[in-house]
Design a protein around this ligand. Structure first.
Ligand SMILES: Nc1ncnc2c1ncn2[C@@H]1O[C@H](COP(=O)(O)OP(=O)(O)OP(=O)(O)O)[C@@H](O)[C@H]1O
Ligand SMILES: [Mg+2]
Length: 522
């Protein structure tokens, strides 16, 4: 509703009329605030209500840009179209800048008479009045300015209009503040996410995969080549050679590095759990499925899935996996909808898969699907020239973990080079960890290495004989020793060790805890 100049005046009726109109507008403003979601939508909505329902036209909200300290026009209403221009005011500059700086409401009877008026937006009629109010939360400095132009000449009711605009500004202030807080939180979270990603990626930079032997250089070259593409990779090698490390390096050096790297140890779960873990399940798919859950394949969409110990999956599961690898399609357990995902698959195994295929234990078609690009990680005994660098690298890693300086002597390194390392790099790492614990001074010397029991191991040149391994069925064997021996034989993969001992994974986890065995989490 518009008050025409002829109807204006300071009569009680006109004032009552204007106040009633303002009350009605305030109600509408509160509705915009409670129904709209984004800040921009709210600002435009409020200015629209002001323009349509009150006598305040061409509203404009300028907000403080915390980075530059300047006012930036956030929204403006021209009557015909909404207009947001990249207009800025420095604090104190022009009328807007003055309101921000002083924090006071400004009322002008005729805007053309106001020397500070800059008319940057070209919004206002020169003969009409102008009202600008600070937007502030509590007693703090203003965080913005709300301005508008009454649609009629000075009728003696500018004070009322200014109070009205102040009320609207107060309502807006809370919303602006909340939006800023949310934005700040969002930015902090994305910064943190990016920082963690950089850190993780840095950890799997090929520089952190140690080795300069011919064999390892070939592996690095293969990783570099294959990382660029979507190809399925099968990482092969004995236990503890660094297969998982290589899988990580492929992902974090690939164009998918910003996507998720999702890992699943196929040996750790029985078939039915493996299926719901990989493909997810619908609500009510089985007892205990109280809600729908995304599987690892869905979680890895746009990224990489790492299927560790792929050689351990059952025949039935091999068929299910084949379909995802072939079609990229699957259904959640208990679901009918076919889901399609974009996932790069990296699998790993220490099993002689060709022999398994020969025996009929592993599907030939699945073998060919997986074996598109095999990478063989060499055993440590075949590249003992890598041991000095590896030992120093692992000692640095331990020093960080233990929070104290650690170093290793050359004689200790020479002793390490003379051994077979059936458990490969993981065994070397465990040996160094034990040695570090034995070393009170922080220097890992020959004595510390000998204290780990390494001298009992076979010297280089002699084939490891399985017969000399601890007999797990020996009744005289101490329970702790038995569990440790099984864990060592299983390359510290708990599910495998459990199988050697005829236990469930849960049982072995419990023993490890009660016997206080130090196990690294893989
Ligand atoms: N070349 C390497 N440089 C640095 N650290 C390595 C290297 N190779 C292996 N490691 C470390 O050795 C440990 C074992 O590596 P990883 O878990 O990748 O082996 P794996 O082949 O997956 O073993 P498993 O077959 O038992 O699962 C990890 O802590 C890993 O960081
Ligand atoms: Mg592994």
């Amino acid at each position: 509703m518009v008050i025409s100049p002829s109807a204006v005046g300071t009569t009680g009726r006109s004032r009552a009329h204007v106040i009633e109109m303002h009350l009605d507008t305030l109600y509408q403003v509160s509705q915009v605030l409670s129904c709209s979601s984004g800040l921009q939508e709210i600002l435009s909505g409020v200015l629209h209500v002001l323009h349509e329902s009150s006598d305040m036209r061409c509203g404009m909200v300028s907000l403080l840009d915390p980075g530059s300290g300047e006012l930036m026009v956030g929204a403006a209403h021209t009557g015909t179209r909404e207009k947001v221009e990249k207009v800025r005011y420095r604090p104190g500059e022009g009328l807007m800048g003055a309101i921000l700086k002083e924090g006071d409401t400004v009322m002008v009877g005729r805007i053309a008479d106001e020397p500070r008026f800059l008319d940057r937006m070209g919004l206002y009629a020169p003969d009409l009045p102008f009202v600008g109010v600070p937007i502030r939360v509590g007693e703090d400095n203003p965080i913005g300015v709300l301005a508008a132009q009454p649609s009629c000449g000075d009728d003696g009711l500018l004070e009322e209009r200014a109070r009205f605009l102040e009320m609207v500004a107060n309502l807006l202030a809370q919303t602006v503040r909340r939006a800023w807080d949310l934005e700040q939180e969002r930015r902090a979270l994305t910064d943190e996410r990016d920082r963690l990603r950089r850190q993780v990626r840095g950890g799997y930079h090929l520089d952190n995969v140690v080795g300069h032997s011919k064999e390892m250089r070939r592996v690095f070259e293969q990783v570099r080549q294959v990382a660029k593409w979507h190809t399925t990779v099968l990482v092969r090698g004995e236990t503890g050679t660094g297969k998982e490390l290589i899988a990580n390096a492929i992902h974090y050096n690939s164009p998918r590095a910003n996507g998720h790297f999702v890992k699943l140890n196929c040996a750790a779960l029985p078939d039915n759990l493996l299926e719901s873990e990989l493909f997810g399940h619908e609500r009510g798919a089985f007892t205990g499925a109280v809600s729908q859950r995304k599987g690892r394949f869905e979680q890895a969409d746009g990224g990489t899935i790492f299927l560790d110990e792929i050689g351990e999956i059952s025949q039935a599961f091999q068929a299910k996996l084949l379909r995802v690898l072939q079609e990229g399609e699957f259904e959640r357990v208990g679901g009918t909808r076919t889901l399609k995902v974009d996932v790069r698959v990296i699998a790993a195994t220490n099993r002689p898969l060709e022999e398994d295929v020969e025996r009929g234990d592993f599907r030939e078609d699945l073998y060919y699907r997986l074996n598109v690009m095999p990478i063989f990680v060499p055993a440590l005994r075949n590249r003992s020239e890598d041991i000095p660098d590896l030992a120093r690298f692992l000692v640095d890693k331990l020093a960080k973990a233990q929070g104290r300086p650690l170093d290793i002597t050359d004689s200790a390194i020479r002793t390490l080079m003379r051994h077979e390392w059936p458990g490969n790099v993981r065994e070397l790492e465990n040996c160094l960890e034990r040695a570090a614990i034995m070393s009170e001074t922080g220097t890992i010397d020959l004595d510390a290495i000998n204290l780990t029991g390494l001298e009992d191991k076979l010297p280089l040149g002699r084939k490891p004989e399985p017969e000399v391994e601890v007999d797990l069925d020996d009744p005289d064997l101490d329970e702790r020793e038995r569990v440790i021996a099984a864990l060592e034989r299983a390359g510290w993969v708990q599910a495998k060790a459990a199988r050697l001992l005829g236990m469930t994974p849960r049982q072995i986890a419990y023993r490890i805890q009660t016997l206080k065995i130090r196990v690294r989490q893989f």
